[in-house]
Design a protein around this ligand. Structure first.
Ligand code: ZN
Ligand code: ZN
Length: 345
């Protein structure tokens, strides 16, 4: 089968003909119908620092935001059955480490991740543990279902930030995770959501199509001035989904006393923070990464009820052979989400 792999610890990805995987005990084989290109996949493509642990695993098929149909199941698998449409929680916990034993599989010390530490879904087929599969409601098609994982990341960030009714919120970053955070914050009751990008006209236009009238392009306006103009002062919550070091300090500068800043970006460099200002401002800086099993159920329910609200997040669709072109698109700020459709040419 055709698969998109990281084969060398350097810039780029390769399209390779590889054997179709066989499901191991407790696993199913899934025919992949849609797989989204994630920001972390782009880091792997560009080979920015922070992914060196992948080197001994190469060649490795990437892709972890996917949905498809079960076409084969190991004999010990009762669910999902063949023919079941599913999406998959790509982060597989060990079940034995202290966090797993405490009932926190999301904090597993030995987790394995489809598309990052074992073969993923930029391929026609992927093998995955049956226990990681979520059945898809009929109303959720595969491309919408492929948004489940990134929307869970956004939803978990909003849970971590404890957004409440009436809050004013600044979201730094207009990519998929930032836009997802804006949507989830609005659903959590935020009265004002300001979406901020830099040189980001296409994705900020997407934010406005999603109903966020308050957008700021830092290429045109300074953050503090824009936030004062739009929110009348500092805000209750700031979410950082850029991976740009300056966004954390900028974000803290517009956070009200006692507010919470949630960092959800992957940073390739350390960030320095003025701790005295943080202490005096009684600011909390929280990290959010991945999601909980319960977040998956919440987001799938949302997609079943109002999936069309989320479809504008998908800006481009490409066939498997054009995946690398999809990565080039993702690198520009013209794409919010590129979805690869392996069963279409
Ligand atoms: Zn992802
Ligand atoms: Zn574990």
């Amino acid at each position: 089968m055709l698969a998109v792999q990281k084969s060398q610890p350097e810039h780029g990805l390769t399209l390779a003909e590889v054997p179709r995987p066989a499901p191991g005990p407790g696993e199913v084989l899934i025919e992949v119908e849609a797989c989204g290109i994630c920001g972390s996949d782009v880091h792997v493509y560009e080979w920015t620092s922070g992914y060196e642990w992948m080197t001994p695993l190469m060649p490795l098929t990437v892709g972890h935001e996917f949905a498809g149909t079960v076409v084969e199941a190991a004999p010990d698998v009762a669910f999902p059955e063949i023919g079941q449409r599913v999406t998959v929680w790509p982060s597989i916990s060990c079940g034995a480490c202290p966090a797993c034993r405490e009932g926190q599989p999301e904090n597993c010390e030995r987790k394995v991740t489809l598309g990052l530490t074992r073969h993923g879904a930029f391929a026609t087929h992927v093998a995955a543990p049956a226990a990681s599969c979520f059945a898809l409601p009929d109303s959720v098609d595969s491309e919408l279902a492929s948004l489940t994982e990134p929307l869970c990341v956004s939803a978990r960030a909003v849970e971590t930030g404890e957004v409440r009714l009436g809050h004013s919120v600044v979201v730094l970053g207009a990519g998929m995770i930032g836009l997802g955070i804006a949507l989830m914050a609005r659903r959590a009751g935020a009265a004002k959501v300001i979406v901020v990008g830099k040189d980001d006209s296409v994705r900020l236009a997407c934010a406005r199509r999603l109903g966020f009238a308050a957008t700021v392009d830092l290429a045109e306006e300074e953050l503090a001035a824009a936030v004062t103009r739009l929110a009348g002062g500092k805000v209750d919550r700031v979410f950082e989904a850029t991976g740009v070091a300056a966004s954390v300090t900028d974000g803290l500068s517009v956070l009200r006393r006692g507010g919470i800043l949630v960092a959800a970006g992957i940073h390739s460099r350390p960030v320095s923070v003025d701790l005295t200002a943080l202490v005096r401002g009684k600011h909390q800086l929280r990290g959010s990464h991945g999601a909980l099993r319960s977040t998956w159920a919440t987001v799938l329910k949302l997609l079943a009820e109002s999936g069309e609200e989320f479809r504008p997040l998908i800006s481009h669709r490409v066939g498997l052979a054009d995946t690398i072109e999809g990565f080039r698109l993702s690198l520009t700020k013209e794409a919010s989400k590129v979805v690869v459709r392996p069963q279409q040419s």
